[in-house]
Design a protein around this ligand. Structure first.
Ligand code: NIG
Ligand code: FE
Length: 388
C-alpha cells in the first residue's frame, strides 16, 4: 500500500522520456517512502488518498540561484534606481553588496531571516532552493553562513566569492589566495559548489580562474555569475571547467555560447534582476539554437532582485525574454534540478515526491495569471509542506 495516492490529476511530469512537459491527463501518482512509486493509469491503494479533480500537479519548483541568507534592507537603492541611477553607480558610492556586509556580519538573527524566506518560497511552490554565501566575505563568516544553510532540508549551499570587500582592496592578491587556501578547503564538507562573480566591479577573469582551480583541486564543481554587466570571456572559462551552470548571461559571445553548449553547462537566466537593473535580455534565441539547457531562477537578494517566488520569474521569462511556456516550466523544474544535481524536478518513479498542486488546469495558467498565487498544495517527500 502506498503512503499517498493522488488521483485524477493532470500531471506535468517533465520526464524527458515523455518529451515536452510530459503531460498526462487523469493520472494517478503513488508515493512511497518519500519518493514517486508510480505515475500513470495504475490504480494502487494508499494510506491516504487525494482527489485532484483534474487540477494540474507538477514537480515542486526548484530555485537554482538565490542569495537567501542576508540581513538588512537596501530599499533606498531600489528608489535610487527607479530615479535613474545604475547598479554600478550605487556600488561606487558605497552601496551594493558592501552595504549588506555590515548588517549580515553583526546580526544574530540570520537563521530566522533565512527560515522566514524559505517559508515564503515554499508557499510559492518552491521545494528545493540553492542558496549562496557571499554577504560576509571573511573566512569564519562565510563558514558560518554555510553552516546555517546546511541545517535546512532541501537547501543546496554554494560558496560564493562575491566581491573583494573594502577592507581587502589594498591586498586583493592575498584575499584571493585566502579564498583558495582557506575558504575552499573549509567549505568543502558543506558546500556543493563554488561560485564567483566575474565582472569588472567584482573578480577578474584571472582571479576567477585561480578560484576555480582551487575548487577543482578540492573536488568541488563550479558555477558563475557571468556576463551580467559585460562580457569578460567568463562563459568560456566556465565551459573549460565543466561548470554546473553559467548564470545571468546578458552579455555573452557566440563562442561563449558554443563552449557552454559543448560542456553541457546549464544557462541560468534571472529575469527579475535583468529587468530591475534595466539590462538587455540575454540572447535566448541563440541559446535555443545552440541546444543550451536553460533554467530560470529568482536571484533572491537584497539588491538586484528581492523576490522569493518563481511564477513571476516565469512570467518575465516568457513575456520579456521570449522563452516559451514549456521552456519556462522546464527552467524551474527539470533543468533547475539538473543545475543542482538533485533528483527532483520531474514526476517519475524514483524521483523525490516533491509536488505542487495548482488551482489551474493548464501549464500556461501559471505565467499567464502572474499576479496571483495559484498554489493549492505543496508536498515535500510526499507530506504536506504548507499549511493552508
Ligand atoms: O546576482 N551579481 C551579483 N550578485 C547579485 C546582486 C547582489 C547584491 O546586489 O546584493 C546578483 O544580481
Ligand atoms: Fe546572483
Amino acid at each position: 500500500m502506498a503512503d499517498l495516492v493522488i488521483r485524477d490529476a493532470r500531471v506535468m511530469t517533465c520526464d524527458p522520456a515523455r518529451g515536452g512537459l510530459g503531460l498526462i491527463d487523469r493520472a494517478t501518482i503513488a508515493i512511497e517512502g518519500g519518493k514517486i512509486a508510480s505515475v500513470g493509469d495504475d490504480a494502487p491503494r494508499g494510506e491516504r488518498e487525494l482527489d485532484a479533480r483534474g487540477r494540474l500537479v507538477t514537480p515542486g519548483l526548484v530555485d537554482c540561484h538565490t542569495h537567501a541568507i542576508f540581513a538588512g534592507s537596501r530599499a533606498h537603492e531600489f528608489a535610487l534606481r527607479a530615479a535613474g541611477k545604475t547598479y554600478v553607480e550605487i556600488q561606487a558610492a558605497g552601496g551594493g553588496i558592501m552595504a549588506t556586509l555590515g548588517p549580515t556580519r553583526v546580526t544574530t538573527a540570520l537563521d530566522g531571516l533565512l527560515a522566514a524566506r524559505l517559508a515564503v518560497m515554499r508557499h510559492g511552490g518552491t521545494t528545493t532552493v540553492e542558496a549562496k554565501t557571499g554577504y560576509d566575505l571573511t573566512a569564519d563568516g562565510e563558514l558560518r553562513l554555510l553552516e546555517l544553510l546546511a541545517r535546512h532540508d532541501r537547501v543546496i549551499p554554494t560558496l560564493l566569492a562575491h566581491l573583494v570587500p573594502p577592507e581587502r582592496t589594498s591586498d586583493r592578491d592575498a584575499f584571493v589566495r585566502e579564498i583558495c587556501e582557506q575558504w575552499i578547503p573549509r567549505a568543502k564538507p558543506l558546500a556543493r559548489s563554488v561560485d564567483v562573480w566575474c565582472e569588472h566591479n567584482a573578480f577578474t577573469l584571472a582571479e576567477t580562474r585561480q578560484i576555480f582551480e582551487a575548487a577543482r583541486a578540492h573536488g568541488l564543481p563550479v558555477r558563475g555569475h557571468v556576463g551580467q554587466l559585460s562580457d569578460l570571456g567568463a562563459a568560456e572559462l566556465l565551459a573549460e571547467f565543466g561548470a554546473l551552470s553559467a548564470d545571468h548571461l546578458e552579455y555573452v559571445s557566440d563562442a561563449g555560447i558554443a563552449a557552454l553548449a559543448r560542456a553541457g553547462t546549464i544557462a541560468v537566466l534571472l529575469p527579475g534582476a535583468c529587468v530591475q537593473l534595466r539590462l538587455p535580455p540575454p540572447p535566448v534565441e541563440k541559446f535555443r539554437a545552440a541546444g543550451l539547457r536553460m533554467a530560470v531562477a529568482t536571484d533572491l537578494n537584497p539588491g538586484s532582485s528581492y523576490c522569493e517566488t518563481l511564477p513571476i520569474q516565469m512570467w518575465l521569462a516568457t513575456t520579456h525574454f521570449g522563452m516559451t511556456v514549456e521552456e519556462a516550466w522546464l527552467g524551474v523544474t527539470r533543468h533547475a534540478a539538473e543545475a543542482l544535481r538533485v533528483p527532483c524536478g520531474i514526476v517519475a518513479p524514483g524521483a523525490r515526491a516533491d509536488l505542487v498542486m495548482w488551482w489551474a488546469e493548464t501549464p500556461e495558467d501559471i505565467p499567464y495569471r502572474y499576479g496571483t498565487s495559484l498554489v493549492a498544495s505543496v508536498f515535500v517527500a510526499g507530506l504536506d509542506a504548507v499549511a493552508k
